[in-house]
Design a protein around this ligand. Structure first.
Ligand SMILES: *Cc1c(COP(=O)(O)O)cnc(C)c1O
Ligand code: SF4
Length: 355
């Protein structure tokens, strides 16, 4: 197994031997190994606005809102945005805006009351048969609508001690058939750490499925490394990956290739999206998303109604409109391309289907 630093060196050597045209993409940050791309993510609103050629007028509200929840977006994702378009559906998901600072009735800091469902640090167990392990506090991208934007990851990350407790908890409860790695983004961990996590879960007989909820392969498709692919192919646990894309423009060729490799390695691929005003709140956007995903080997799984988290109210789509949209999608698409429209209601033993 190669170490992380050897991986860095290898990928640098590879990129040095690439033809000229590709070297120039490195200067804009589309190549380099995934760790470098992750570390090189844009965090300055000024730099983001300059890169997409937008007016500095947007800067002052962006700076203000980024103080509550920082801007963070990898370059590979920015390159899919349309230059000069303040309404670009990808930009809208990551650019902090003034509306985030408004306090809106009903929008709170822990909309799902997850902070009361921690049996042990790093574990969220509220659904029958499935349990969520928070294996990373880090995300590659900070989505402005994230329901965990105020979640206390610091207290909930699995360090060595809490990891032991979490494993004991899973071992002791034979109803747990599926372990879901969540975060943050679980793929922000090294391939080696993921392999260690999986090895421990592998040793628990009643666990049959390993699911990973991740947005990383969408924002940095190079995260799907050979090592990750080999690791999936070796699993006793049946692997499921639920990616997160909200708009068809997020799935470019490189994401498509990454999905193809995962699928070849036997991974069941699903997508969850959030219904977001100004991003995907039209039947055509949803239909196109489903079609593009399917082409990449991914089926639409959930379409979430926005969780009422402070700072995200400007993304809200009313239920009436949401159900109308999903009916339109149903009228146009085969059933397997229609996502389940769901809402998370605190305390319920599963997601609640709407309509
Ligand atoms: C969505 C979710 C799951 C998984 O639910 P499925 O319906 O199996 O996809 C598990 N835990 C939490 C906290 C969730 O939000
Ligand atoms: S990648 Fe997922 S967990 Fe991370 S900020 Fe975006 S929505 Fe939230």
């Amino acid at each position: 197994m190669i170490t992380r630093s050897e991986g860095f060196v290898q990928s640098r050597v590879q990129s040095r031997t690439q033809p000229r045209a590709q070297i120039s993409t490195q200067t804009i940050g589309n190549s380099g190994c995934w760790q470098e791309q992750l570390a090189g993510a844009i965090t300055s609103p000024e730099q983001l606005l300059a890169m997409v050629q937008l007016s500095p007028e947007l800067l002052s509200p962006a700076l203000k809102a980024s103080r509550e929840f920082p801007l963070r977006v990898p370059r590979a994702y920015i390159h899919r945005m349309e230059l000069g378009n303040p309404h670009d559906p990808l930009l809208r998901q990551v650019l902090p805006v003034g509306e985030e600072c408004q306090h809106i009735e009903g929008y709170g800091l822990d909309p799902l009351a997850e902070q009361s469902q921690n049996p042990t640090d790093g574990v969220i167990h509220k659904y029958h048969g499935r349990l969520l392990l928070i294996v990373s506090g880090a995300c590659a991208v900070n989505c402005r609508f994230c329901f965990r934007r105020h979640f206390p990851y610091q207290d909930n990350r699995l360090d060595r001690d809490s990891w032991r407790n979490a494993i004991e908890y899973i071992r002791a409860d034979t109803t747990i058939k599926e372990v879901i790695l969540s975060g943050g983004d679980p793929l922000a961990n090294s391939d080696r750490r993921l392999a260690n996590i999986a090895a421990e879960l592998n040793a628990i007989d009643h666990v049959a499925t390993l699911r990973i909820h991740t947005r990383l392969p969408v924002v940095i498709p190079d995260r799907v490394t050979d090592e990750l692919i080999n690791w999936f192919a070796r699993q006793r646990l049946q692997p499921v990956m639920v990616i997160h894309a909200n708009h068809a423009n997020e799935i470019d060729d490189r994401v498509g290739q990454a999905m193809f490799r995962l699928k070849q390695a036997g991974v069941t691929l699903l997508n969850q999206a959030v219904l977001l005003k100004g991003v995907n709140d039209s039947a055509s956007a949803l239909i196109q998303l489903g079609e593009v995903l399917f082409k990449a080997g991914v089926l639409p799984y959930y379409l979430h109604l926005l969780d009422p988290v402070h700072g995200a109210a400007h993304f809200d789509v009313p239920d009436v409109k949401a159900t109308r949209l999903i009916k339109e999608v149903m009228a146009h698409c085969p059933g397997y391309l229609v996502p389940r429209l769901v809402r998370e209601i605190p305390g319920r033993p599963g997601k609640t289907w709407v309509s």
